[in-house]
Design a protein around this ligand. Structure first.
Ligand code: FEO
Length: 171
């Protein structure tokens, strides 16, 4: 059974994961409007991944006999200054999510809830990947600078991303 503090904190995280999805959909729509369909596709895959994260938390709450309570999702930003600024915002966002996961781990440990601590370790590793993938695009976009050719190549590469739920997410 989950204690109420942990149940509330995971419910907040479910909201944060769904917000992340909403944010990436919004970033994808920005890229559509900027004729960067590859980056839009990347964001779409990222948005789907975030919903899988939310689902993973929801399944866990249910498994532990808790209650998932959905709250309103905040409106995400709709405009960014450039493609680079959008990915910088995505990287910033992932760093914030990593802090939230770290806080959850600290809470689980202070409450002696080692099952939740163990469950959260998947997200600790996932955040390494989340920060790395947004960071990689930021670095490439910085290198390409204002070059139209460079930006075209990056957009093409980003368009190769497809959403495939990792086996670990399908448990
Ligand atoms: Fe669900 Fe991008 O962290």
């Amino acid at each position: 059974m989950l204690n109420s503090k942990i149940e509330k904190a995971i419910n907040n995280q479910i909201n944060a994961e769904i917000y992340s999805s909403y944010l990436y959909v919004s970033m994808g729509m920005y890229f559509e409007s900027a004729d960067m369909s590859g980056a839009a596709k990347w964001m779409n895959a990222q948005a789907q991944e975030e919903l899988v994260h939310a689902e993973k938390f929801m399944n866990y709450v249910n498994e532990r006999g808790g209650r998932v309570v959905l709250e309103a999702i905040e409106k995400p930003p709709v405009e960014w200054k450039s493609g680079l600024a959008t990915f910088e915002a995505a990287l910033d966002h992932e760093r914030k999510v990593s802090s939230l996961i770290n806080e959850l781990v600290s809470l689980a440990r202070s409450e002696n809830d080692y099952m939740t601590d163990n469950f959260l370790q998947w997200f600790v590793s996932e955040q390494v990947e989340e920060e790395a993938s947004a960071g990689e695009v930021v670095r490439k976009m910085r290198l390409a600078g204002e070059s139209g050719g460079g930006r075209f190549m990056i957009d093409k590469e980003l368009g190769l991303r497809v959403f495939t739920p990792p086996a670990a997410l399908q448990e």
